[in-house]
Ligand binder design. Structure first.
Ligand code: SAM
Ligand code: SF4
Length: 423
């Protein structure tokens, strides 16, 4: 039997794409192995959101250069594949397959070409009308399942490579999403995470024509599903109806990840984010005044070209104003094809590093203060997995998506079906 190894880099979208790729390969008669040394086919599902992520892939390929000629076939999938295209064959001549996510539906045909000995197989077209929808998804998590509702992105944030690597937006029909959710509920999954680069711009392509809030409400009603999360939201398309839906149904997790990127209006404009600080704060206000306590998290980029000390101060003041439950902060990274490359006022790396540390320290202080307020409150975490010695449950996440402080957990709900699957 043919064997394959796959390693995944980057976001949940990539993790879920790999689940679909694995399902497709298994249905084509391949068996997954744990180590690349044991595989006939070695695949890297790649991320190119920042330069560091991209370099990792070429480093991995370099490690296996000597394997070329030993009968192994190497493939590069995902965003680096889409971005670099056939240049990968020059840079890493032992690679035989280069395919972006919009082409995965053609994976079975590409496998046939590889098996026939074709050394340069590509799937790089971005004009797929369809979202990648496969009946063969292979999920590893016993209780949480991802469902892609929208692929690609129609925004053009000046720093971001995603529109070039994942193509234009394609939404799945609400019927297809709901069928998958019902199947998952019937199989015993208890948590669903709806995925998209910008879930808020979801538009049902079928005559039903649902928007994201409508879809969210419907998924929250699926039998057996006890928690529904979604990621990622773009502030421009985040509407009050989403907060209303969360208020109305406790199955919808009271957590919203709403990436702001910067607290400065002039940087937001340069980033082409399509909202101002005030627009953003209005959305925060909807959540803060909701009846349910909604947890808010964000992404920040420091050192975007032209970011002055005064702009950076605006970001710090936004952190004080919103008091996020947690955040991801990144140093701006130059990405190919993006409009920000043309700016001539790039910030030195050491200054980006200094600002990154300041944001991390400020946020740490905010979190320590906010977590202390949670002591003695009741959290209901779902069990994610046991420790290796199986002596105690770990990695529990509560509905607020905040790491549960031991002192705060006085009730722990372990779902019977999830526990039995863990054995
Ligand atoms: N679609 C989502 C959005 O609009 O926020 C997230 C896309 S991206 C996978 C996740 C995060 O990576 C972004 O929110 C941004 O903070 C960060 N990011 C994207 N491009 C970047 C770049 N060139 N340099 C640094 N960080 C970047
Ligand atoms: Fe990138 Fe902006 Fe699209 Fe998010 S919304 S994926 S940051 S272009």
């Amino acid at each position: 039997m043919k064997t394959f190894y796959i390693e995944t880099f980057g976001c949940q979208m990539n993790a879920h794409d790999s689940e679909k790729v694995i399902g497709t390969l298994v249905s084509e008669g391949y068996r997954q192995v744990e180590k690349p040394e044991d595989a006939d086919l070695v695949l890297y599902n790649t991320c190119s959101i920042r330069d560091k992520a991209e370099q990792k892939v070429f480093h991995r390929l370099q490690q296996f250069k000597k394997e070329h000629g030993k009968g192994k076939v190497f493939g590069v999938l995902g965003c680096v594949a889409q971005q670099e295209g056939e240049r990968i064959f020059e840079r890493a001549p032992h690679v035989s397959l280069v395919a972006g996510s919009a082409s995965y539906a053609r994976l079975p045909q590409m496998l046939v070409q590889l098996e026939a000995g074709n050394r340069h197989v590509t799937g790089l077209s971005l004009d797929s009308e369809e979202a990648f929808d496969t009946p063969f998804t292979r999920r590893d998590n016993p209780h949480r399942a991802y469902i892609t509702i929208i692929e690609g992105c129609d925004k053009s944030c000046a720093y971001c490579v995603v529109p070039f690597t994942r193509g234009p937006e394609r939404s799945r029909t609400s019927a297809s999403v709901l069928n998958e959710a019902r199947e998952l509920g019937a199989m015993g999954y208890t948590e669903i995470q709806l995925l998209g680069q910008n879930v808020n711009s979801y538009r049902d392509p079928s005559p039903a024509g649902w928007d994201f809030a409508g879809l969210l409400r419907a998924v929250g009603e699926v039998e057996g599903i006890r928690r529904v999360r979604f990621i990622t939201s773009h502030p421009r398309d985040f509407v009050k109806e989403i907060v209303d839906a969360i208020e109305d149904n406790p199955v919808l997790c009271n957590h919203v990840h709403l990436p702001v990127q910067s607290g400065s209006d002039s940087i937001l404009e340069r980033m082409q984010r399509l909202y101002t600080r005030d627009d953003y704060l209005r959305r925060i206000e909807w959540m803060k005044s909701a009846r349910r306590n909604i947890s808010i998290t964000t992404d920040i980029i420091v050192g975007f070209p032209g970011e002055t000390d005064a702009d950076f101060e605006q970001t710090l003041s936004l952190l004080d104003q919103v008091e996020y439950d947690s955040l991801f902060v990144f140093k701006y990274s130059r990405r190919p094809n993006t409009p920000a490359l043309a700016f001539d006022d790039h910030i030195p790396e050491d200054e980006k590093g200094r600002r990154l540390t300041i944001v991390q320290e400020k946020q740490r202080a905010i979190q320590i203060r906010r977590n202390a307020e949670l002591r003695a409150s009741i959290a209901v975490p779902l069990l994610n997995r046991f420790s290796q010695q199986r002596s105690h449950p770990i990695a529990a996440a509560d509905r607020y998506r905040r790491l549960v402080d031991n002192d705060a957990v006085i009730e722990c709900e372990v779902l019977a079906d999830a526990a039995s699957r863990l054995g």
